[in-house]
Design a protein around this ligand. Sequence first.
Ligand code: HEC
Length: 407
Amino acid sequence: MNRKFIAGLGLFSLLSTPLAADSVQEGEKIYNQICHTCHAPDMKGGIGPSLIDDFWKHGDSPEAIFNTIKEGIPNSEMVPYKHLFKDDQISAVRDYIMSKQVGMRSLVLSTYPRNHFKDKDLSLEALKTVESIEQKNVKENLIFFKNNYNGTSHLETNLHVPEDGEYQIKINNIGRTVAYLNGEKIFAQDDKKKPSQSLNKSTHLKKGVHKLDIIHDERPQHALRFHAVLLIKGKSHVGLMGKSLEGSEPKVVRASGEAKVLRKYIHGISPRTLLCLLPNKVMVAYNPYQGKVEAVWKNALLDQTPSLNSRSANASTIKGDKVEAELLGIRASSPIKLLSYRYDADKVKITTSISGKQHKIIIAPVGADAYSIEGKSKEDISDFSIDLSKSDADPNSHNSNFKFIFK
Ligand code: HEC
């Protein structure tokens, strides 16, 4: 049997132990000194992502968060903090972040063969008699199932409860479902049995972290119709269902028969720079507002980060061989305005306005791994000049009509 394990899936050892109040307080101080500038005082994110939404790109277990803070995230503004803070200070800021979570965290979805449970009741005990087919950490921390799902599922999660109160789970009556809170069965339902045989207990929960297990099974069909909500009696509810973000996993954009203009935030490149990916895999980062080529890569592709609402300002990356190119720059005494850009077969055409006059830049592939940049203007633009980073003097340097080939 194809049994998969994910390292570190073990549920969080702080279960039901309240987070040490001193540690949380010390963590709050550190957070408000350093982290708030990028993650916002309310943790909803800014330059860095939200730290209180459901989605955790780098893992939401206490160990994973500790590690992220200590070691940082390579090639991002999230630098390692191990040089600044001792381990117990890092734990403190981690505990402060954990204390602000609401809903499910460290959600693990395991799938078991449906046939095994055909004549058996669903229970935590019954799960021990069979091996899972698949087990995965759900980064989104929301319950969702794939289309054509065929199996019995076990959802295991740490439920972060925002306040003391009476809690009750509400699950629609399709298929069979059982739920456990801190190991105690609080819910059981089977659409083939009489309602009188079902169980739905409300439970008093203290603010903090509790263990929730849900086991569910329904007849095979196109999509599972499971739906669950956690009610805080007399108050509000915590949504447990969501959408898979699988479609938002990094998308790779490769060169194709046509030129492409990509607009993504890349570290070290000015925002709003046009990333021109030519069919010969040359990527020219052209900043139309400053009239300059900021960087060039050969054999390039773009690794786009997921464009999630809650994950603002995540940088995408360009993979390829960054070349020591001659970087063309246009100088003009008045500001350069971008009017439009478009791709025309294998070329990118960028139209700008310099001193009120239209100026076109055409970036085109040349051979296997070279490119050309052409400048065109109907009228002469006075106070126009060209800088080439490497050459000392250039014959065309005062002419707004030019063509250079870069190898
Ligand atoms: C200069 C801005 C900046 C500062 C200051 C900063 N971060 Fe970050 N942080 C980021 C960015 C950007 C990311 C996302 C990196 C990525 O995924 O590429 C991030 C990611 C994270 C993550 C991972 C989130 C996830 O989804 O997995 C954690 C946890 C985190 N930061 C905690 C902290 C803590 C705690 C501090 C203070 C000690 C801090 N950060 C300070 C910019 C910052």
